[in-house]
Design a protein around this ligand. Structure first.
Ligand code: ADE
Length: 323
């Protein structure tokens, strides 16, 4: 195995997402037992939590090919038609950011998903007619940051829906240890947990931080990772001790400094930050809600005591005004 591939390729090597794994494992075993392709799968949740990895695992466990593309990459129905007609029986077609498929392309997918047929228009003007073309029975795996971003006709055509959630510090610690052994760098328990704590609940970030700490350990230390090396290296990189990133901090600071801590509507926060509402809802808020830095109610977003305390401690707020 190449050492830059830290992704697990089997269900049994996957760490975390326990309920999802149990349910997905049953779907896979049942399909294999019947000798059929697995039903279409929709994976939704924040970036970096393993949606692409899971798509690869599904194709591996089903011993089929995987074809990877993304919503914005498919501009015209013709592009999708080419992909669909080249699929073999039981292949996995992975479409990342599936909510960004252009509407006509999305509509073209409906009959492909449901009946494994596509409508193909030949001739022009008064002679135009549609021909139904059969395609092979394939599995569509779609990934999106929020299931609510999909139109309901598309969402309804997935038989299997899974939400991927943030990982606990313990799970990320296990992932860091697994990755360290692939990268051949010794790490102790406390070192792994220090990296895990600062990874924003996200394996992709944990693996990135691990590589930075490994660099530091090899140049400044003796090549192995412990708590002290992790703290020094990640401090030097400007990584927040609780894993908050620059965007998280700007978001919290905006609510505190411009809106007296809230409650404030998401549109107002987005306007002040010059960001898209969707970006905040899909990439920033889920982690802050999960870890209790903000709360959400019908009247808007409010920062919590925990946020004031953390920003105050890290010197980001000049005066902590309390709640
Ligand atoms: N690498 C990235 N994500 C992982 C996971 N969930 N389990 C094991 N290794 C991983």
């Amino acid at each position: 195995k190449f050492q830059w591939s830290l992704r697990p390729d089997k269900l049994s090597d996957y760490i975390g997402q326990k309920d999802l794994l149990t349910r997905l494992g049953i779907s896979i075993k049942a399909a294999k037992k019947r000798g059929e392709p697995i039903d279409h799968v929709l994976l939704y949740g924040p970036p970096g939590l393993g949606k692409t990895t899971l798509a690869h695992i599904i194709s591996n466990e089903m011993s089929s090919n995987i074809i990877c593309t993304s919503g914005p990459a498919i501009e015209r129905s013709g592009d999708l038609m080419g992909i669909l007609t080249n699929l073999q029986y039981a292949d996995v077609l992975f479409i990342d950011e599936i909510h960004r498929l252009p509407r006509p392309v999305e509509e073209f997918l409906y009959s492909a998903m449901e009946d494994f047929k596509i409508d193909f228009v030949v001739d022009k003007g008064p002679f135009a007619k549609t021909i139904k073309v059969n395609i092979k029975h394939f599995t569509l795996v779609g990934a999106t940051t929020r299931a609510g971003l999909l139109s309901s006709p598309l969402r309804d055509r997935f038989g299997i829906l899974h939400h991927v959630d943030f990982y606990s510090t313990e799970e990320l610690g296990e992932i860091v240890k697994r990755s360290s052994s692939i990268l051949n760098v010794p790490v102790d328990e406390k070192g792994a947990l220090e990296i895990a704590r600062r990874s924003r609940g996200t394996p992709r970030i944990a693996n990135r931080l691990l590589r930075r700490v490994r660099d530091y350990a090899e140049v400044i230390g003796d090549g192995s990772i412990n708590e002290e090396i992790a703290i020094k290296s990640l401090g030097l990189e400007g990584i927040d001790p609780e894993g908050l990133d620059g965007m998280d901090k700007s978001y919290l600071k905006t609510i505190i400094e411009n809106y007296q801590g809230g409650p404030v509507g998401i549109e107002a926060i987005a306007a002040t930050l010059n960001e898209e509402v969707d970006t905040l809802q899909d990439m920033v808020e889920p982690f802050l809600l999960k870890t209790g830095y903000i709360s959400r109610s019908p009247s808007g977003r409010r920062v919590t005591h925990k946020a004031y305390q953390h920003l105050g401690d890290s010197g980001i707020l000049i005066q902590s005004s309390g709640q």
